[in-house]
Design a protein around this ligand. Structure first.
Ligand code: FES
Ligand code: FES
Length: 157
């Protein structure tokens, strides 16, 4: 079947199988390997992408369900000039990853929060990030990075 949607700000049309998940299509057909697949059961958050600005688990969403919608992956976050999104820069600044497997999903989940609420408290950040698991870094550097990005995003407004 044919799937038309917006991918990282550009129109995209692909031939897909009806049974394919969004994660499979983004990784396999679009070569966007920043979308990480781990549990495949909507538990770990590593496959998080944004659909119309909201975080979703791409491992359990059938790709055809995003027809006509806006999909953002980690590859779509930096500016065309190469300037990183404040969240990407903050994760680097605070050493908020080790293996990095959870990082794209973490950053996209955090972006959804800060786009909606740039004055989120630590408790709100922790509650929002509850569905994104990291098995090697520890969560404090991740929280610090999200806090820094929130401050910068507010200043840029
Ligand atoms: S791979 Fe999708 S939530 Fe874990
Ligand atoms: S940095 Fe390794 S799982 Fe989070």
């Amino acid at each position: 079947m044919k799937l038309s949607f917006e991918l990282n700000g550009k129109p995209a049309t692909l031939e897909i199988e009806q049974r394919e998940s969004l994660a499979e299509v983004l990784r396999g057909r679009c070569r966007l390997t920043g979308v990480k697949i781990s549990c495949e059961a909507q538990v770990c958050g590593s496959c998080t992408v944004l659909v119309d600005g909201l975080p979703v688990s791409a491992c359990t969403l059938l790709a055809y369900e995003v027809r006509g919608k806006r999909v953002t992956t980690i590859e779509g976050l930096a500016e065309e000039s190469g300037r990183l999104h404040p969240l990407q820069q903050a994760f680097l600044d605070h050493f908020s990853f080790q293996c990095g497997y959870c990082t794209p999903g973490m950053i996209l989940a955090a972006k959804a929060l800060l786009d909606d609420n740039s004055v989120a408290t630590d408790a709100e950040i922790v509650a929002h990030m509850n569905g994104n698991l990291c098995r090697c870094t520890g969560y404090l550097p991740i929280l610090k990075a999200i806090r820094q990005a929130a401050n910068e995003m507010r200043d840029e407004k």
